[in-house]
Design a protein around this ligand. Structure first.
Ligand code: PPS
Length: 337
């Protein structure tokens, strides 16, 4: 089945310019992007190769899809869910998270990336994992299709791009984060990750977020696609901020939602396992290890609520706040306190 509702256009001269000057040459996919206007999705052209396979991905009833706009708590949720449904088994947790919970869009970002930077297998990797990596490198979608057991799949694409009526077919967890922290986190990710090669200031990045001219497009369009489904019985809509406030409560709710009961002891173990400091040191859960990132570029940066206060003030803050207010009014979305 072709994804006929997914109509794309070339970027305008202004959009092209933003991406062209915004990125160095470390990943040409960041400069060569297209726009799906209706969804306000901006994505490397390479997505066109994977679009139909993604849309037609065979969903299983016991799948769990984690759908998020970037930097909203995806990795944290992937670790939580994949360990929850495996009874917080530490042996299972030794498998790198990318194998336990593959990122279905990763080939779009990496495809044809000549420098090949990104995921690297450490020398001491056991043979069975090298084999998994080999399979993974051939294509994440085929890899995910072949996964056995209950699958935990991650995507940053909004719902129009995912298998149709996904929420009727399996469980979906949508994680959202308030926009100012998302901007700050996304900016740092974009300058720190070799796959991105962003080279402008935070102020410029914030402007681009407000225009929706960043990888994975418009924050609000994406959030709206999850917000609309928040009352669906197969969808769990979770704020990053609520995970911070009471991670135990969220885990208990997830355990009910995913129909996977955990003892009180296991819940406590999981709360500990996914706490920021523990996850930061966990080489299989923190993507920094596989990317061989130096400490100052750690993927697990701060993990805080309200970090934006260290970056935005004055007229810039006013502009961002106006953007937020307008979009809240337009969409009816209620952000967390
Ligand atoms: S990505 O690259 O889009 O998948 O990033 P994503 O995982 O969605 O978001 C990364 C941010 O989440 C923070 N994080 C956590 N915060 C608190 N506790 C835990 N366990 C945790 N794990 C990840 C991570 O630090 C990024 O946020 P910032 O604000 O940049 O620190």
């Amino acid at each position: 089945m072709a994804a006929e509702h997914l109509v794309w256009r070339e970027l305008t001269a202004e959009e092209k310019h933003i991406l062209e000057v915004g990125h160095d040459d470390s990943n040409r996919n960041m400069k060569d992007q297209i726009c799906f206007e209706k969804q306000r999705m901006i994505i490397p052209r390479t997505y066109l190769k994977f679009m139909d396979d993604m849309y037609n991905f065979p969903v299983k009833k016991d799948d769990i899809w984690i759908v998020t706009y970037p930097k909203c708590g995806t990795t944290w949720m992937q670790e939580t869910v994949s360990m929850l449904i495996n009874n917080v088994d530490q042996e299972y947790g030794k498998l790198p998270q990318i194998f336990r919970s593959p990122f279905l869009d990763i080939d779009t970002l990496m495809d044809g990336n000549e420098k090949g930077e990104g995921l690297q297998v450490p020398e001491d990797t056991p043979d069975f994992m090298k084999k998994m990596m080999e399979e993974f490198s051939k294509g994440v979608i085929p890899f995910a299709r072949k996964m056995s057991g209950r699958r935990v799949l991650k995507s940053h694409m909004s719902f129009d791009f995912l298998p149709p009526n996904l929420e009727d077919k399996c469980k979906v967890v949508y994680v959202a984060r308030q926009p100012k922290d998302c901007i700050v986190s996304f900016y740092h990710h974009s300058i720190n990750m070799p796959l991105h090669g962003y080279q402008q200031s935070l102020s410029t990045f914030a402007e681009e977020m407000m225009k929706g001219v960043v990888l994975f497009g418009d924050y609000w369009k994406h959030l709206e696609s999850g917000w609309k489904l928040r009352n669906h019985p197969n969808v769990k809509f979770i704020w990053f901020e609520d995970m911070k406030k009471d991670s135990k409560k969220v885990i208990e709710e997830l355990s009910v939602f995913l129909e996977h009961p955990l003892s009180e002891e296991k819940v406590d173990q999981l709360v500990h396992h996914v706490s920021f400091d523990v996850m930061k040191l966990n080489k299989t859960a923190n993507p920094s290890a596989m990317m061989k990132l130096p400490e100052e570029k750690n993927f697990m940066r701060k993990g805080q609520v309200g970090d934006w206060k260290n970056y935005f003030s004055g007229p810039e803050l006013e502009k961002i706040d106006n953007w937020i207010e307008e979009n809240k009014k337009r969409t009816g979305i209620q952000l967390p306190e």
